[in-house]
Design a protein around this ligand. Structure first.
Ligand SMILES: Nc1ncnc2c1ncn2[C@@H]1O[C@H](COP(=O)(O)OP(=O)(O)O)[C@@H](O)[C@H]1O
Ligand SMILES: [Mg+2]
Length: 480
């Protein structure tokens, strides 16, 4: 199933997802910090309350010991301040997690104040020396309330500190787990993305390798990411364009050789035409000759020469046509001979071309294309040998693993091809000839044609000794 989301969007989505997760983490962290801040503020208030309580109790103790008026006043002052603290921070004391009821603080403070003022009045009236049970009661109650206040403050502070500890613990685990999750998700995402991109690129690589080997395969774009798919499309367009250009070049190379052939054909046609003309002339002069046999011979000659001329024209027509690839059973001698005939005008007078092909050797080939093969090979041999030289064309059939095969050798006595050039001669546009003389397409086309017949071609060449092109063709039996 090809994914419909392209790489760009995938990256964008991953980024957005990560961003959202990180924002969520930041918000959670912010809220936690805020809560800790609030708790710290409460702890401060409670601490303050505790300190005030301790001061209150210090003056309470002094007053109990020395009964000084100023100690009492100080005690009352601290009591006021405690009251004020509770009043101002009602929320802290009511929403406190302490086990002590909130209004208990109020109550304790209230009874402390009441008892203290009673004690004060009692001491003012009775003096410091008189010990009464009422006074003892008051002292006891005040001490009790003071202790309670300290206990409440201590308990509240303890609880708050504990809850801060818990909050910090929570913050740690939240931060730790979200950071871990973000890291794991980004790692997995990156791996997945990498895998997808790398896989797509591998597909492209495999495809280009196939194309480089000359295979015309459809690009496997379905399985690739969108970006890579458009790369595939661009690549396919380029490849098709190149194939088209190549075909055009091959065609123009053919047209170029056709040009040189035309001269040869004109020359070739001259022979049968002048023979026809001579025969016709004799016939018109001897029209009154009663020898019917003689007339018959002349007409026969005209017929033969006309056939020859027609053959030449037909060969030329066949050659110029870019017909469909069509294999047929042909006599190899005929194919080679017609190629040589087309080249007649280019073959120097002193050059010898020897054929050593069994008269009945049949091949299963596309006629026009096979002619092109011999034409290109012979032309190269002529170019290599110069005016003097020898060309042999031989062929044989043999059995290879039970299948009939045909081996054709095209040899020349030319200067040979240096080993380092032998690798390049089948490449398109490789030529050692001057500009305008060689296109470098001749052997490329030969190679292409032989391969399209399911055969193979190699070269065996030694500098200063000569060159042999070896062609193998499958000896297919024509289906009846
Ligand atoms: N029979 C041969 N002897 C020596 N060199 C040859 C022969 N055939 C081909 N070559 C070399 O191979 C090259 C490529 O040949 P070809 O593809 O036919 O292109 P072109 O003939 O246009 O140069 C030639 O330029 C030549 O250097
Ligand atoms: Mg050539």
């Amino acid at each position: 199933m090809p994914s419909r989301i392209n790489i760009k969007n995938k990256i964008t989505f991953s980024f957005i997802a990560l961003l959202l997760m990180m924002s969520a983490t930041a918000i959670i962290a912010y809220l936690l910090v805020q809560q800790v801040e609030r708790k710290l503020y409460r702890v401060e208030i409670i601490d303050n309350f505790l300190n005030l309580t301790l001061e209150l109790r210090r003056y309470e103790k002094n007053y109990f010991l020395y009964h000084l008026e100023e100690d009492y006043l100080d005690n009352v002052q601290y009591l006021d301040r405690l009251d004020e603290t509770v009043r101002k921070n009602n929320d802290v004391f009511t929403a406190s997690p302490s086990e002590v009821e909130a209004d208990q603080v109020d109550k304790v403070l209230y009874s402390y104040r009441k008892n203290m003022s009673q004690l004060h009045s009692l001491i003012l009236v009775l003096g410091t020396e008189t010990q009464t049970t009422e006074r003892e009661h008051l002292l006891e109650a005040i001490r009790e309330s003071g202790k309670k206040l300290t206990l409440i403050a201590e308990q509240m502070a303890g609880k708050e500190r504990e809850s801060i500890q818990n909050l910090l613990q929570t913050s740690w685990s939240v931060l730790f787990s979200t950071t871990g999750t973000v890291i794991i998700i980004s790692f997995l995402g990156a791996m997945l993305l990498r895998e997808k991109i790398v896989n797509s690129l591998k597909l492209l690589e495999g495809y280009t390798r196939k194309v480089a080997h000359g295979e015309m395969v459809a690009p496997p774009e379905q399985r690739a990411e969108e970006e890579i798919r458009s790369l595939f499309q661009a690549f396919t367009r380029m490849n098709n364009e190149l194939h088209l250009r190549q075909r055009q070049m091959v065609q123009s190379e053919k047209l170029a050789s056709l040009g040189t052939l035309l001269a040869g054909v004109a020359h070739e046609l001259n022979n049968p035409l002048s023979n026809i003309s001579t025969s016709a002339q004799i016939l018109s002069e001897e029209i009154d000759n009663p020898d019917r046999e003689f007339h018959h011979t002349l007409v026969k000659q005209i017929e033969e020469q006309t056939d020859k001329a027609r053959d030449i024209v037909r060969t030329l027509l066949e050659f110029s046509r870019t017909g469909k690839f069509k294999k047929q059973e042909l006599n190899l001698n005929d194919v080679v001979s017609s190629a040589i005939r087309l080249l007649r005008s280019e073959i120097p007078a002193e050059m010898a071309i020897e054929l050593d092909i069994p008269a009945d050797l049949m091949v299963w080939v596309d006629k026009q294309r096979m002619q092109q093969v011999f034409l290109n090979l012979i032309k190269n041999a002529i170019d290599a040998c110069g005016n003097h030289g020898k060309i042999w064309i031989s062929a044989r059939d043999f059995l290879s693993e039970g299948n009939k095969e045909i081996e054709i050798l095209v040899s020349d006595s030319g200067p040979g091809i240096p080993p380092e050039d032998q690798k390049k001669i089948f490449d398109p546009f490789y030529t050692s000839k001057d500009v305008g003389k060689g296109s470098g397409l001749g052997l490329f086309i030969v190679h292409d044609i032989i391969e399209s017949h399911g055969g193979a071609i190699t070269v065996d060449s030694r500098v200063d000794e000569g060159t042999t092109f070896i062609i193998w063709l499958p000896g297919e039996a024509p289906t009846p």
